[in-house]
Ligand binder design. Structure first.
Ligand code: ATP
Length: 361
C-alpha cells in the first residue's frame, strides 16, 4: 500500500474580499521530505504557508495531517512550527531561555530543559557558552541558528520556513543553506520551505513546487523542473533559457521565431518533432548551446551574429542575434572561451537530448 503523505492539501482556495489569492491548490508532501515552494512575489507562497500553520483560514479546501483534517484546528494546537525571516526571538532573553521557551510552555522540569537546549546548541553547531549569551549580542547567522534550535525544541511534526535566509548576506546564506540541508538529514523531519530564490530551492530541496498567480504550476525534483518545465513560465523562472516558438512543417524543419531551425532525423526520433501546423516552445539552456564550425552537423542549427560577451565569474556568456532579431544566449566555462569577434556570423548547434519541447505552449 502506498504510504500516505504527511500533509495533503485539496482544493485550497483563499479569497481576500473579491481578490482570490489561491485558486484551488492541491499538494501532497511526503514524510521526511524537504519540500520547497518557490514563485515570484505575489504568487501566494506566504498565504499558502500561513494557511498551513493556521495563521490564516482557508476560504475553501481541505488540509489533512497524516489523514486527519486540520484546516479548522487553531495554530497553537497544530503539531507544526514556523521559522520566520524576522526570527521572532525574544531579544530580552538569553539564547538558552529562547531555546527552552517551548519546553517551558510544556512545563518540563528546568534540568531537562537545560539539557535539551544544550543538545540543540550542539546540533546547530553553537558553542555551549552561548547558552547564557543575550540575543542582542548574537550575529545574524547565530540568531538564525537560535531560531532554528527553538523551532526544533517544539519537536514539531513539520517545520515551516518563511524565507528565513533572505535578510542575510550571500556568504552566510550559502553556509546556512548547507547547514539547513544537513540539519534536515540529521533530524529526518519534514521541512516545508518557501523562498523566491531559485538557487536556494535547488540546493536544498527534495522536491519543488513552482507557484504562479495563486496556482501551482509544476511539482517535481529540481532537475526535472530545470530540464523539463511544463510551461514557458517555469522555464524562464528556472534561470537563463532560450525559447523558440516553433511550428511543425512538412519538411525536416521547424519554423521558430522567424528562423528556420533545421532538425535532423535523429532529433525527430527523440520526439522533438511537431506535426505540420502543431505549435510548441522549444527550450534549450545556454550551457547546452555550442558554437559550430562550418562543417559541423548537429540535431538543431541556428545562425546569427555574435553581439556581446559577458564574464560571469567562472563562466562566460555570449549573446547572439538571429536574423529575426531573437537573442540566443550561450554559456561556456572560461577555459572553453569562444574566440569569435563581436559582429561575426556564427553557427550555433544543440543536441536533441538537451532540448525540451513544451507542446501547445
Ligand atoms: P512575496 O514573495 O512578495 O512574499 P508571496 O508569493 O508570498 O509574495 P502572498 O504574500 O501570499 O505572496 O500574496 C499573494 C497575493 O495575495 C498578493 O497579491 C497579495 O497582495 C495578496 N494578499 C496577501 N495577504 C493579503 C491580505 N491580508 N489582504 C489582501 N490581499 C492580500
Amino acid at each position: 500500500m502506498p504510504s500516505q503523505p504527511i500533509l495533503r492539501l485539496r482544493n485550497i482556495v483563499k479569497k481576500f474580499g473579491t481578490f482570490t489569492a489561491l485558486h484551488g491548490v492541491d499538494l501532497d508532501i511526503e514524510e521526511g521530505e524537504f519540500f520547497t515552494i518557490v514563485g515570484p512575489s505575489g504568487s501566494g507562497k506566504s498565504t499558502l504557508i500561513r494557511i498551513l500553520v493556521g495563521m490564516e483560514e482557508t476560504t475553501e479546501g481541505e488540509i489533512s495531517l497524516r489523514g486527519t483534517r486540520i484546516e479548522k484546528t487553531p495554530a497553537n494546537q497544530r503539531p507544526t512550527c514556523m521559522v520566520f525571516q524576522s526570527l521572532a526571538l525574544f531579544p530580552h532573553m538569553s539564547v538558552g531561555q529562547n531555546i527552552e521557551f517551548p519546553l517551558k510552555l510544556r512545563k518540563e522540569p528546568p534540568s531537562d530543559r537545560r539539557a535539551r537546549a544544550l543538545e540543540l546548541l550542539e546540533l546547530l553547531r553553537l558553542p555551549a557558552e552561548y547558552y547564557d549569551k543575550r540575543i542582542s549580542q548574537c550575529s545574524g547567522g547565530e540568531k538564525q541558528r537560535v531560531a532554528l534550535a527553538r523551532a526544533l525544541a517544539f519537536d514539531p511534526e513539520i517545520l515551516f520556513f518563511d524565507e528565513p535566509l533572505s535578510a542575510l548576506d550571500y556568504r552566510l546564506r550559502k553556509t546556512l543553506e548547507r547547514e539547513l540541508k544537513e540539519l534536515h538529514n540529521r533530524t529526518g523531519k519534514t521541512f516545508v520551505y518557501i523562498t523566491h530564490s531559485l538557487e536556494e530551492a535547488m540546493v536544498m530541496s527534495d522536491r519543488i513546487a513552482i507557484m504562479r498567480q495563486g496556482r501551482v504550476e509544476q511539482i517535481a525534483v529540481a532537475d526535472e523542473i530545470y530540464g523539463r518545465p511544463v510551461s514557458r513560465f517555469v522555464a524562464e523562472f528556472m534561470g537563463e533559457v532560450n525559447l523558440f516558438d516553433v511550428e511543425g512543417t512538412t519538411n525536416e524543419r521547424l519554423h521558430g521565431n522567424g528562423v528556420e531551425i533545421h532538425v535532423n532525423g535523429e532529433a525527430r526520433d527523440c520526439g522533438v518533432s511537431l506535426a505540420p501546423g502543431e505549435t510548441g516552445t522549444l527550450m534549450v539552456r545556454p550551457e547546452y548551446v555550442r558554437f559550430l564550425a562550418a562543417t559541423d552537423t548537429c540535431d538543431f542549427i541556428v545562425r546569427g551574429v555574435l553581439r556581446d560577451e559577458y564574464a560571469l565569474g567562472s563562466r562566460l556568456q555570449y549573446q547572439i542575434e538571429t536574423s529575426a532579431g531573437q537573442t540566443v544566449t550561450v554559456e561556456k566555462l572560461r577555459e572553453d572561451r569562444f574566440t569569435g569577434q563581436p559582429g561575426s556570423e556564427v553557427m550555433l548547434g544543440f543536441d536533441a537530448e538537451n532540448v525540451h519541447l513544451i507542446r501547445g505552449a
